[in-house]
Structure formats: structure tokens, C-alpha cells
Design a protein around this ligand. Sequence first.
Ligand code: G3D
Ligand code: MG
Length: 178
Amino acid sequence: MPVLLPPKEQVLKLKVCFVGEFAVGKTSLVNRFAHDTFQGRYMATIGAKIQKVDLKVDQSRVIMTLWDIMGEKGFRELLREAYFEGANGLVAVCDLTRPASLLDLEEWIAAVYRIAGRIPLVIVANKADLTEHAVVTEEEVQAFARRHDCESYITSAKTGEGVGETFLAIGRGMARLA
Ligand code: G3D
Ligand code: MG
């Protein structure tokens, strides 16, 4: 007699790297998602901070190791091979109040692709709550994402806007390939 078992949940363990210029909000986004807090005080991340989150994506359970990387240029040359090695997904973050931070993502994405190959990517434009200071438009962010053939999200680590959607999108992008 065949025994009918319920479909087994697929468990995926995946590495996600966060890149982007200094102070765009990478650490704040990770904290917002992992702990649902916003740390008002700024502390420069030294090297990389690694955080684990567990997420249900469609039929899969996705355990993501989030690699929160320091954004200063000197460090990328030195450590990027170690950071990006084996990455399954990439979240590239810019700051809506700093146009250069969007342009800068071009270089970050290329650096990650060189090490990890063309892994799923999500573009994030953070600090949506600072509406008065926003100089980057949603259209510019979308155009950038289109060129990279990926999704983009407008977020605020402060209010939580768009944060859950971003993590779900990268989780889904990776789960699709697994
Ligand atoms: P990084 O990890 O990319 O370097 P951080 O950036 O997460 O450390 O954030 C840098 C600064 O931006 C911090 O402010 C942080 O509080 C602020 N920040 C991050 N995300 C948001 C956001 O969505 N909205 C607003 N208003 N601020 C944000 P300080 O003042 O401590 O330097
Ligand atoms: Mg940081």
C-alpha cells in the first residue's frame, strides 16, 4: 500500500549580501527586518555583520544568512572576495537623498557578479520617509532596475515601508532557482 505523505517542505539555506555606499541604511534595513526595530544611533559596521532570518516563501522555508557589509571603498578591494564568495542573492541599497549612491551601485553589482556570478538581485532605494530631501525619483530607480533586469523597492528602515516586500522578493528570486 503506498503511503501518502504530505508534501515535504523544501528548506533552503542561502547567503544574501547587502551592498551600497556608506550610510545608505543597509544595517538599518537588516535590523528592521530581523528585529523589527530602528536604531536611531549610528554605528559604523566594521567588516561584516552576519544575521540569520527564517522566512516562508511559497512552498519553501528559506533560511537566509544576511551579510551586512561595510560600504567604504578601501574595504571592498580588500575583503570583497571573502564577502561575496558563495552568495546566492544580492540586495543593492541606495539612499533617495543621495543620487551618487544609486550610480555607485553599478560598481558594487559588477564586483559581486565577478565573484558570485549573476545571482538574483533586488535594488532598494531607502529613506523614503525623508520626502523633503529626496532627490532620486522612483522613475530613476525603476530605470536602473530595468537595466539590471530585476525588481526595485522604495523602503524606509525608519517606518518599515517596503522592507518586508524587499526580503520576500529576494527570497523568492533565490527560491525560484533552487
Ligand atoms: P549603512 O549600514 O548602509 O552604512 P546605516 O547605514 O543603517 O548605518 O544608516 C546610516 C544612517 O541613516 C543612520 O543615521 C540611520 O539611522 C539612518 N537611516 C537608515 N535608514 C533610514 C531610513 O529609512 N530613514 C531615515 N530617516 N534614516 C535612515 P545616523 O543619523 O545615526 O547617522
Ligand atoms: Mg552598516
